[in-house]
Design a protein around this ligand. Sequence first.
Ligand code: PRP
Ligand code: URA
Length: 215
Amino acid sequence: MATTPEFPRLHVLSHPLVQHKLSVLRDHATPKKIFKELVDELAMLMAYEATRDLSLEPCEVQTPLERMTAARLAGKKLVLVPILRAGLGMVDGILRLVPSARVGHIGLYRDHDTLRPVDYYFKVPADSGSRECFVLDPMLATGGSASAAITRLKHAGVTRLRFLCLVAAPEGVRRLSADHPDVPIYAAALDRELNASGYILPGLGDAGDRLFGTR
Ligand code: PRP
Ligand code: URA
């Protein structure tokens, strides 16, 4: 996992499996079914890295041979918060690693003209403030959606946050790091730039449309 001096809060996953799967995901010819499966697999691989520093606590286990002091995750179950729609594609892969995680939802879409996020739904577990919270969205473009989602979660009392995406633009990392310097960002790639319409270059296109077949 690599960080850069310019973006100290960004962790880019250099693992060969992540990079290989991301390349297939980017390909415009990759069909919807495979695209969805790859988002799922990438989210699981990323969660493996993004959970590396979770705290453990001792627990007593009786093996078939003897009692031992083993280790388990400390504290309350995690909360996964996908940003609708495209973030939904990352939930199942992570739930395969942490099946007891709670799932909240934030509904945001980016206005095509202003590129500003418009919110339409918010529902997270009532006690999210005492849990570690993973915000999920495959794309970090201008950073407006991710920043608004995290602001909303902070207003709801959440303090321990991480943001997981697949493809990040420098503009989005800059914005999110400035608005929320306390939130680490995990990405499979840091791409070159945004185009005039706010799409990431080279990117992978519209993640929501490719996941749900809406274009
Ligand atoms: C996409 C993407 C992010 C957002 C990123 O969602 O899934 O939520 O754009 O752009 P930003 O960093 O400039 O805010 P979109 O608004 O297209 O909604 P959708 O997931 O419903 O398609
Ligand atoms: N949202 C997407 O789905 N793709 C981009 O490139 C930018 C925002």
